[in-house]
Design a binder for this molecule. Sequence first.
Ligand code: GLA
Length: 382
Amino acid sequence: MSASLVKDVKKTFIKKFKTLPLLIFSPGRINIIGEHTDYNDGFVFPAAVDKGIAAAIQKSNSGSCTAIALDIDSTIEFELDKLKPSNEGSWENYVFGVVAEIQNRNKVVGDFNIIFKGNIPGGAGMSSSAALENSIVFGLNELFELNLTKEDMILISQKAEHNYVGVNCGIMDQYASMFGKKDHALHLDCRSIKSKPYKIDFKDHQLMLINTNVKHSLSDSAYNDRRSACERVSELLGIRALRDATEADLEKIIDKVIPANYQKALYVIQENNRTIKAAKAIKNNDLETLGALIYQSHEGLSNQYKVSCDELDYLVEQAKKNEHVLGARMMGGGFGGCTINLIAKSEAKAFAETASKAYKNKFNKVCSVYFIQLSEGTHLVR
Ligand code: GLA
């Protein structure tokens, strides 16, 4: 799957720039549990997948840089000393942002050309943005021998997202995309930015994604609002981040917080605890418990944190009606994108069909089903 993407960008690059490029594959991610906990210094449980972005990159001697988004057949030319954020929502902000954040670290990037193509639909909640950012920073690091560590690179990608794309994201996506390990999920502590890999082999069960194929607008501002609300509650509690709070701590300031934000903070504290419990359940191969935690996560995201939408809630309801689905929830930032389902292997196809039919009837829209493999993080393709 990723091999054909790499082939495409390579072929196009050689044709256009008459030279051999470096080739990079940078994956998207899933997240088993731990949603909206990363920017609260909490735990998450992501894994890199076999879908992502392929990039071809090489130095340019034309006096300027060219970037081509092959999927949408869009080309931009730019100069390195004149970078500033483009209009909101423009794909070039990912490129400009990464370059500018490298420059901010007093590292020198020369002119370059880049062509990329991906197979994660935007808005799927599978971090095509982080995959793209990581592919650019990884490629530039190789090309110009910048001596950046992988830790440096993910912080650069994250800053690009904050300052150029305008989303105050946590570190989960960039981390998972960069550090992914084949057949493993990463139990990541977002404060220390250190993770423990867990081998994922659910025996007769598997993970399956269903993409609602919707992305409701305003999701970026809603994301930033959630983050600010969490930070305000932390401040009231006199702590660094909600990761440090218990439900009892929160109860003590109940009169000082509006009920909506109280519920949001409560969700974060509970979700963080669920993520720790999920690691234990996976270690013990206790899929019933893992599934129950996943369902609880969705309840919290939908009713307390308020980042779900009708389409996601509907797919989770369909899952609940099927005894072979042990757990299902929305995945990623929310307001659209995928649900992640923990389901019996033998029943996965049948459920995918029933859920797709029901979804079509209800919304007159098509959903997409993905069976994913857990894969390596951002890497050079030789
Ligand atoms: C987006 C952000 C992540 C994380 C998730 C929610 O994917 O980029 O940092 O906050 O939402 O868990």
